[in-house]
Write a protein that binds this ligand. Sequence first.
Ligand code: B1M
Length: 290
Amino acid sequence: MAAEFDFASTVQILHEAIIGGDAPTAVSSVQDCIDNEIDAKVIVNDGMLPAMDVVGERFRRNEYYVHEVLVSARAMKMGMALVQPLLAATGAEPLGTVVIGTVRGDLHDIGKNLLGMMLEGAGFVVYDLGIDCDAQSYIDKAIETDANIIGLSALLTTTMIYFPTVVQAVKDAGLGDKVSVIVGGAPVTQDWANEVGAHGYGADAAAGVALAKRLMGVEVQETPEEAARRLLLEARDLFEVAIRRESPQQITEETEAARGVALEARDMGADDAAIQRLLEAMDREVARYQ
Ligand code: B1M
């Protein structure tokens, strides 16, 4: 007789498999979840994304090297390939056309791929240019496909500075009134999106989809879970901006403000482990200046 399916322990196995770069186990755990009719978004949000957060944290602390990050990324991608058809399944009329790509100099594509799958799942036609995309390639594809939206992804502080080049190229190509530019990626914040003149910022792929829908005139209602996740991401953004400040006083004050938002997110039911990791990172940052 087959063993009874236990969602919590399967997600835990999936989480550890991605962190450990064990692709076969990651794939079989995702398949187990799918076979037991777990929603694709739950598999991604509960099992896979938090695992990549842990990988990133280990990388930042030099506990992981590029090779380990790559094998984790491969396990994540192989798992994502299984959920892709479920995320992309839709029978609806296309809502609009989106051209997405990771900007010039940047090779990270996991978050951008997830955004593409979720946009397709929401009913958009998506053209994915891949990684290391220069401004002209977005423009050429947008003209060719009569796109409504261009989506820029960047994972490095050294590549997100390419956003304004694309925004300017859109204007220079005469597409300013027709095509909206949206941006996202781990180091990107709402402030940066405003500064570069983008039409919007998605803190995660779900927020990117909601934004794309709003830009196409579709009304989007936020669920309590989405509100909790939005606050968590807002707290991360505020903390990300705080640690880039030069004055210790400003760093401490802005970190405390970010902590307030993180606690609000916890009260609303945001992911406990993610909140805990964020609060611990804040404690470490504040302790440096005491
Ligand atoms: Co890189 N890397 N990496 N890396 N890597 C980061 C980004 C880093 C934060 C790690 C760290 O130090 N903690 C750091 C950047 C520091 C900085 O600039 N602030 C870093 C570095 C330094 C580097 C190298 C320079 C390392 C080196 O070689 N010394 C190098 C650069 C290569 C290059 O691009 N030129 C490098 C290389 C790599 C690998 C190739 C090994 C691998 C990428 C494999 C791949 O993508 N195929 C890799 C990985 C995997 C990471 C981490 C660990 C994970 C990224 C990831 O996939 N996250 C990352 C640490 C981290 O972010 N925690 C790190 C999961 C993914 C689902 O999240 O992409 O953020 P993310 O996408 C999210 C949102 O941001 C949002 O939706 C997604 C979730 O819902 N989103 C959008 C993304 N794009 C969006 C667009 C939108 C809307 C939402 O609208 C258009």
